[in-house]
Write a protein that binds this ligand. Structure first.
Ligand SMILES: *Cc1c(COP(=O)(O)O)cnc(C)c1O
Length: 392
């Protein structure tokens, strides 16, 4: 099949909800991808932070093929090994107490919201159900997680939205200004992803954690994008010196298969009782076997390398010295680049993709989320394309 044939079929049969680039991807190896016609691309996107081990990772493929030959799905009415072992790994490595598995980021955040509301209901009764979220946040595409998303542009068309959310700027004063007897939790991304690659200040996050303890608000941390090694620690919260009440994860956990979930601390571990929550595909044995391969790969030396690679990429971008680029922000291999114009970040991203470097945008920034296994050679190739594109 040619790209033109594929594009025509897609336009006929697939809903037009995505602004796609005029590029098809057929296969890949490491952090390098190839189109149907064999055109090569360096990948600084990981399928939006998902393909943490890149493409064709032998350990990941072996885990999946072995598991799918044994059992592809059975439901949560029975015990299965991979999900339970993955839960054990996630808890012991995060200092959290229990896991619930679903399939996606939005579904994980829905579970996190349910924990917060029921924790408060069990303890205080009705009326304490409001969750504070931050302006420019992104928490998902279901009606409730869209409401949680602190961007006006998402609060359209699909009325009525859920009521009990209020929005604040990422400062303690702004959050305190939204306080009230109706509040049960605060939900944050430690580095806002879709909303513009905006890291929160460590001291602000620590003060927020203290405020939450004082008010008995749950601290909900959305690590759907920052989690599972992306920032150079298993979870980003481990670099902010806090221990959340609930953490959600998804994108990178299974290296490319659908899987998401939440971790709770001991205080919240018993909130969701039998019958109060569920997910048919949750803890799918193949996805969780893939997740085990991902976590086993992410030992301390691997995580140290993520930080080193992030620093290398950051220095390489700054060394280009282009007046079109400003500061590079972020942690590990979650980086945002200020774009100063005259071209917009979206124009620049389209041009980079055209020149063979896949990258993302977020807010006004270019956003880079390369596979965590990216090699020095692949980073150099990507940087060379960036330089050529800016100079050309
Ligand atoms: C991507 C993302 C989500 C939504 O995840 P889906 O798997 O698309 O539902 C939620 N929160 C954050 C921080 C994300 O980056």
């Amino acid at each position: 099949m040619t790209f033109a044939e594929l594009k025509a079929l897609d336009e006929t049969y697939v809903m037009h909800t995505y602004g796609r680039f005029p590029v098809d991807i057929d296969h890949g190896q490491g952090a390098t991808l190839y189109s149907l016609s064999g055109r090569k691309y360096i990948d600084f996107t990981s399928g939006i932070g998902v393909n943490s081990l890149g493409y064709g990772n032998p350990k990941w493929m072996a885990a999946i093929t072995e598991q799918i030959g044994k059992l592809g799905h059975i439901s949560n009415l029975f015990y299965t090994q991979p999900g339970t072992l993955l839960a054990q790994q996630l808890c012991t490595r995060s200092g959290m107490d229990k896991v619930f598995f679903g399939n996606s980021g939005a579904e994980a955040n829905e579970a996190m919201i349910k924990v917060a509301r029921k924790y408060s209901f069990d303890k205080y009764g009705k009326g304490r159900s409001t969750i504070l979220t931050l302006n420019r946040s992104f928490h998902g595409r279901t009606i409730t997680t869209l409401t949680a998303t602190g961007q006006e542009s998402y609060h359209n068309y699909f009325f009525p939205f859920n009521e009990a959310f209020r929005y604040a700027d990422p400062t303690l004063e702004s959050i305190q200004a939204q306080a009230g007897d109706d509040v049960c939790a605060v939900m944050v991304e430690l580095i806002q992803g879709e909303g513009g690659l905006r890291p929160l200040e460590v001291s602000m996050v620590q003060s927020l954690a203290a405020l939450c303890r004082e008010k008995d608000w749950l601290l909900l941390v959305d690590e759907v994008q920052t989690g599972i090694g992306r920032t150079g620690s298993l979870f980003a919260f481990q670099q902010f010196g806090i221990q959340p009440d609930v953490v959600s994860f998804a994108k990178g956990i299974a290296g490319g298969l659908p899987l998401g979930g939440i971790l709770t601390n001991e205080k919240c571990a018993g909130v969701l009782t039998p019958g109060t929550h569920g997910s048919t595909f949750g803890a799918n044995p193949v996805s969780t076997a893939a997740g085990l391969a991902v976590l086993e790969t992410m030992d301390q030396p691997f995580l140290d390398q993520v930080r080193e690679k992030g620093a290398y990429l950051r220095a390489g971008i700054q060394a280009i010295g282009s007046p079109e680029l400003g500061d590079v922000v972020g942690l590990g291999l979650m980086l945002g680049i200020d774009v100063k114009g005259p071209r917009t970040n979206k124009e620049l991203a389209a041009l980079l993709i055209d020149h063979g470097l896949l990258c993302l945008t977020a807010g006004d920034r270019l956003r880079l989320l390369p596979p965590l296994v990216i090699t020095k050679e692949e980073m150099d190739e990507g940087l060379a394309i960036l330089k050529q594109t800016l100079m050309g």
